[in-house]
Design a protein. Structure first.
Length: 57
């Protein structure tokens, strides 16, 4: 991954994993683990906030 891309991702609060991947934890994942709060996906669909995953290609 190009250093410019790495810096951009870090600025957007992504964590670099390996040589070609990045991950960003959702706000609700943190709230679920720390404060026992949940997002709409758990309320309406039963998906546990700490197990939820969103991806882009």
């Amino acid at each position: 991954m190009d250093q410019e891309i790495r810096n951009l991702l870090r600025k957007q609060k992504y964590k670099i994993v390996g040589e070609h991947s990045a991950v960003k934890l959702c706000h609700w994942l943190k709230k679920s683990l720390m404060e026992d709060r949940v997002c709409y996906k758990q309320k309406f669909y039963g998906i546990k906030s700490h197990r939820c995953l969103q991806m882009t290609p």
